[in-house]
Design a protein around this ligand. Structure first.
Ligand code: C5P
Length: 230
């Protein structure tokens, strides 16, 4: 059984209001995506890291990391799930159904090395897989008509999904294929696996594995990384 990684980076980051996609914004002497890739590239068990990119991406070729021997790039799709499915389809000649694939957001730069080890150690004995996640701390409201509270959701059962999300290659490819064909809105790998009727696990990781979504997330990531490097 082998391990592979997929780092979707084909998004244009429309919520960011910046001059470039968020994965290419500067962060601690590098770009966001270079941090996101770091511990996947250095992990000895991960054979290769596949990166779906947007068409005409002019930023990627300028990065030094783009010439890393473990990296393979290809064309992404319309939504994140399309980008991941395109990649898994392209990997079919190298990856076996029982191999593991770790999918990690290009926009999640604060992933710790220990979290990658924790995920592999916890899930490698499983038949399907699971995700890095964190219990929700805030009280969560369900809201309709923009500002009307419908109810308070019991937070005891709520977890925030992070990445990497680690699943058996064949199971993830088939689940994504079926879910997308059925028109289901898929925002992470686990939602496709759940929709296909398979159970998946959460692995509790640190809450500082944040995704860069808005401009205010960048200084926060800067702070988290500086603390990790202390
Ligand atoms: O937009 P969001 O924050 O959900 O994007 C999460 C990740 O998915 C980002 O790394 C982004 O580049 C990637 N993505 C992609 N293909 C798309 C849309 C998003 O690879 N069509």
């Amino acid at each position: 059984v082998r391990y592979w990684a997929v780092v979707p980076a084909a998004g244009i980051g429309s919520r960011m209001a910046s001059d470039r996609p968020k994965q290419y914004l500067p962060l601690q002497h590098k770009t966001v995506i270079e941090h996101s890739l770091q511990h996947l590239l250095s992990h000895e068990r991960i054979e290769a890291v596949y990166i779906p990119l947007a068409e005409h991406d002019g930023y990627w070729p300028d990065l030094r990391i783009s010439r890393h021997p473990k990296i393979k790039t290809l064309l992404g799709g319309k939504e994140r799930a399309d980008s991941v499915l395109n990649t898994l389809t392209a990997m079919a000649d190298v990856a076996g159904d029982q191999d593991w694939v770790l999918v990690h957001d290009a926009a999640r730069p604060c992933l710790r090395k220990q979290s990658v080890h924790l995920l592999l150690d916890t899930l490698s004995g499983e038949s399907r897989g699971g995700i890095l996640a964190n219990p929700v701390n805030d009280t969560i409201k369900k809201v309709a008509n923009e500002d009307e509270i419908l109810e308070t959701v019991d937070r005891q059962q709520l977890w925030q999904a992070q990445t990497p999300q680690m699943f058996r290659f064949g199971l993830l490819r088939d689940s994504l294929q079926r879910a997308l064909a059925a028109g289901v809105n898929i925002t992470d790998e686990a939602s496709a696996v759940e929709w296909a009727g398979h159970s998946a696990k959460v692995v509790c990781g640190p809450s500082d594995n944040i995704k860069i979504t808005r401009a205010e997330d960048l200084p926060l990531a800067e702070f988290i990384l500086s603390r990790q490097n202390e």
